[in-house]
Design a protein around this ligand. Structure first.
Ligand code: ADP
Ligand code: MG
Length: 633
């Protein structure tokens, strides 16, 4: 027997890896199964050109055996095996991947099925095992060897008996650790001796390994003609082998897609739709994506976590890869499987991979196109989707300084004055009458509230449609867009709508001039509240309204002031009180200017509060408002 030291470097790496790279110890099983699958792939590859292998694809397989008394877990494969030299080289030296070398030597194309590339996965066994024993007989060799190690101290190699070609890895599990009073630091290694735990780990991480993974399981059944039970054993294939996403689309039923979604994505209802893509080109991948029917309860909270499952060659690498989804599509669930991923030192650290970025970009396009298609072909479904996730799209338009507005703008819908239906911006543009050169919108708490706004009258009279913005983010989002198809967005609450004819403007200006003193008295009474008091050309039946001048609208100021962190210092929109010169109130105001300017001031405050109420804004002093009304009565 030979006693050997690991290389100093390997020792350090091994120590580091055992203690830090992998966050979940359970993944050791995934690594060993992947290695077994790689070894089988190599021999299978060989069998395609070498008759002496004497095996068919169906002869290959992996088996798992549990021995509770000996506290061991054994994983065997009938793959290519290892020679003594290979054991020394691949198991004795960390970061020396035999798989990568094999790939190079055999000039394998990028799309071959071999998973291992970095030569560290094997060592993950030491996260759960006190002693690891590897018995292996290489293809073409008569002598088998046994490699054994208890960790960083070193390993031994010796000859042994083994009848068949392949590798058998036995882990002697570490003793359980009780941990402190609160259970901190507790470790339960015995769970890997539980057949159901192993079964579920295989289902979770290695379900789609393309060779059968079998285990003899002990089950219980009722004896015939008796109430007693008896144990029996049965060899069970633990993995399903063919990934759903590798099957032909035409062979998959809607029900299969839905069941898969409910199982894997943890939703209790069926998804709104699935997107199944096979992509070739700059990067090859398969993706099975789902759009849920409803937003998860925590979707709009901070604790919602987006991401897709990531597989490399059918082996689960990451449960939630955030980088595959942009925030505005964070509602999408599902998985991506690619042969092109270059595996990093830890399969859990792929974040900055260029291939990953390529996939993410391609997926973003796919999702967008699917949503556009749905909007066009199945409007009802799209509106259902929009009900759940439209808000997220609007945040997307606004976020990152409007960087994604081009991508998202055609996915937006807003309620509008037209038949009370949701409309896209394109549909709005298509309906615009001749002469209209802006997209009009009005903001308010609800549609019914907005419809009562006096400012909407003039625009509607012109035959122009108005988009109704009822959510805080709406106005911020379209301000970020600035315009759509060269048409600027305009708020009907803006003081400079400029919809009057030349004559109307002139008449108004004259009237404004002759009402100057009255307007000034009112403005003085409202100092600190409004920027100016003006006569309005747009009001029809209403006496007054509020509008705003400049960048910040009243609704936006309201939203910003309500935001956490907006402590104390309030933002104010530059507000204008508009008075309808055609309304009876105008004459009253003019007369008061002559007879009782003080009362005019009181009237100004009253009208201002009224305008606030109509606009759905809170009045500053409800008691004063009420007192003023009473004194008039
Ligand atoms: P990787 O799989 O990334 O190459 P590992 O640390 O998981 O790295 O494995 C190191 C090497 O050990 C493999 O590349 C392979 O050459 C060899 N090896 C591990 N397990 C087996 C096995 N079951 N059969 C044959 N060779 C194996
Ligand atoms: Mg490996």
């Amino acid at each position: 027997m030979e006693q050997k030291q690991f290389q100093a470097e390997s020792k350090r790496l091994m120590d580091m890896m055992i203690h830090s790279i992998y966050t979940h110890k359970e993944i050791f099983l995934r690594e060993l199964i992947s290695n077994a699958s790689d070894a089988i792939d190599k021999l299978y590859f060989r069998s395609l050109t070498d008759d002496s292998v004497g095996m068919n694809k169906s002869d290959f397989g992996i088996s798992i055996a549990i021995d509770k008394d000996a506290r061991t877990l054994t994983i065997s494969d009938n793959g290519i095996g290892m020679t003594k030299e290979e054991m020394e080289e691949h198991l004795g030296t960390i970061a020396n991947s035999g798989s990568l070398q094999f790939k190079k030597e055999n000039n394998l194309a990028e799309d071959n099925q071999i998973i291992g590339q970095f030569g560290v996965g094997f060592y993950s066994a030491f996260m759960v095992a006190k002693c690891v024993t590897v018995k292996s007989r290489a293809f073409g060799a008569d002598q088998a060897y046994v490699w054994q190690s208890e960790g960083v101290e070193g390993y031994t190699i010796d000859t042994c008996d083994k009848d068949t070609v392949g590798t058998e890895i036995t882990l002697e599990l570490l003793p359980d650790v009780a941990g402190d009073e609160d259970g901190n630091g507790a470790e339960n290694y015995s769970e890997y001796l539980d057949q159901y735990r192993i079964q579920s780990l295989i289902k979770r991480y290695s379900d789609y390994i393309r060779f059968p993974i079998r285990m003899e399981m002990t089950k219980s059944r009722k004896k015939e003609d008796s109430d007693e039970y008896e144990d029996y054993t049965e060899t069970v294939t633990l993995n399903s082998m063919v990934p759903l996403w590798h099957k032909n689309k035409s062979e998959i039923t809607e029900e299969e897609y839905n069941t898969f979604y409910r199982d894997k994505c943890g939703d209790y209802t069926n998804p709104l739709c699935h997107i199944h893509v096979h992509n070739e080109g700059s990067i090859t991948y398969d993706a099975l994506l789902y759009i849920p029917e409803h937003a998860p309860f925590n979707y709009y909270n901070k604790d919602y976590e987006k991401g897709l499952q990531l597989y490399a060659n059918g082996v689960l690498i990451m449960d939630r890869c955030e980088d595959l989804l942009p925030d505005y599509f964070s509602f999408v669930k599902g998985l991506v499987d690619s042969e092109d991923l270059s595996l990093n030192i830890s399969r859990e650290m792929l974040q900055h991979d260029t291939q990953l970025r390529l996939i993410a970009r391609s997926i973003e396009r796919t999702i967008k196109n699917e949503l556009k298609r749905m909007m066009k072909n199945d409007r009802e479904k799209y509106e259902k989707f929009y009900q759940a996730f439209g808000l997220q799209l609007k945040y997307g338009v606004y976020s990152d300084y409007g960087m994604h507005k081009e991508l998202l703008q055609d996915l937006l819908l807003f309620p509008s004055s037209k038949e009370g239906k949701l409309t896209s911006l394109q549909e709005y543009i298509d309906r615009m009458p001749e002469g209209q050169d802006a997209i009009y919108y009005a903001t308010g708490e609800s549609i019914s509230r907005i419809e009562l706004l006096p400012q909407t009258e003039q625009v509607k009279d012109k035959g122009y449609e108005i988009l109704y913005f009822t959510e805080n983010v709406d106005e911020f989002a379209i301000r970020m867009m600035q315009n759509y198809q060269d048409k600027p967005f305009k708020s009907v609450l803006d003081s400079s709508l400029d919809l009057e004819s030349e004559e109307e403007k002139k008449a108004l200006e004259e009237k404004q001039e002759s009402s100057k003193t009255m307007l000034e008295t009112m403005q003085k009474a409202l100092e600190g509240k409004v920027g100016s008091v003006k006569l309005s050309g747009r009001l029809k039946s209403h006496p007054v309204c509020l509008s705003s001048e400049g960048e910040l609208s009243m609704e936006m100021a309201k939203t910003l002031n309500a935001m956490p962190g907006a402590n104390g210092e309030k933002l104010h929109a530059n507000t204008v009180l508009e008075i309808n010169p055609e309304h009876a109130i105008y004459q009253t105001l003019m007369q008061l200017q002559e007879s009782d300017p003080e009362k005019l001031g009181e009237y100004a405050k009253l009208l201002y509060d009224q305008a606030l109420l109509i606009a759905g804004m809170p009045i500053e002093d409800p008691v004063a408002f009420s007192n003023r009304i009473c004194s008039l009565m």
